[in-house]
Design a protein around this ligand. Sequence first.
Ligand code: 5AD
Ligand code: FES
Length: 350
Amino acid sequence: MIDNKFLITKLEEEHALTEEEFVTLLTEITEEDQEYLRVRAQTIARKCFGNKIYTRGLIEFTNYCKNDCYYCGIRRSNSEVIRYRLTDEEILNCCKTGYDLGFRTFVLQGGEDGSYSDEDITRLIKRIKSLYPDCAITLSIGEKSYESYRMYYEAGADRYLLRHETANEKHYSKLHPEKMSLQNRKRCLKDLKEIGFQVGAGFMVGSPYQTIEHIAADLLFLKAITPQMIGIGPFIPHHQTPFADQKQGKLELTLTLISILRLMFTSALIPATTALGTIDPKGRELGILAGANVLMPNLSPTTVRKQYELYDNKICTGDEAAECRFCLDRKMKNIGYELCVDRGDYKLMC
Ligand code: 5AD
Ligand code: FES
């Protein structure tokens, strides 16, 4: 009999396990262990953040992408996607709507769209910052040079999301074309941190060819780079990608990993992702109850929502920003939490 309670306690006290221990915990975990782990993680999140949930308004401003990641619905080779770019004015309109609804962080997310110069991005950052000086800007626009990242930071961007996707080289090459490399992804994360961004990394749970050993390596990789934000969500197949027939990631495993991450990174900003809400109608609530503390509803105009489909059946593509805000307000109240109006910067809370 392996004593998983012992491993969970060790994880809570030391915020880390060895690779072998992670593999054991993830392989042998029982329902009872899972519940014990969940309660420990939720207790820590409550201690650090009370019943407050941070929100980020997500603006998906371009679905053009030069990359061809095998899992992603907006990959370059998907010729069925209707491509769009929002104008600066449209983006600023999203910010206005978002601000009035209580968002104090805007996440500018897009494919790796070569038509934007660094000047275009910095101009946009400066315009948003001058109109909303009390808001944080998070960028999620992929791999760039050190110099580009530095320009964005100097223009006023505060945070950067760039999931590492998998910390295993071989696995990385099964998810991405040869042109992309884990090495460059790591270089980007290192540069971002060095420049001063609050950095977000993460991976998909149950991505094709992923093993428990890969997940253990992901957890150790995260430990080594200690990001301020960690985004994980289940892999969900998109019907117009090479992974159309692959299996979806599991709800239970995703929740277990959220709890493990909370024990490893007590103060981290961990979202209950849209992907989690897509595979289960209660997914985001369960994510919060497993130790997550962030929600990232969509602020993009409903006219383009459907076109930013990274995976099939993505939720909220028909809902106005206000509807999502109110819906999440309600969902959180139902489980004893509330959305707060706050930038929600990373702080060492506990
Ligand atoms: N299923 C789940 N998540 C996905 N992402 C991309 N495609 C999918 C998919 N099919 C995630 C990636 C990326 C983030 C923006 O969305 O991890 O980094
Ligand atoms: Fe978008 Fe519920 S969060 S409708």
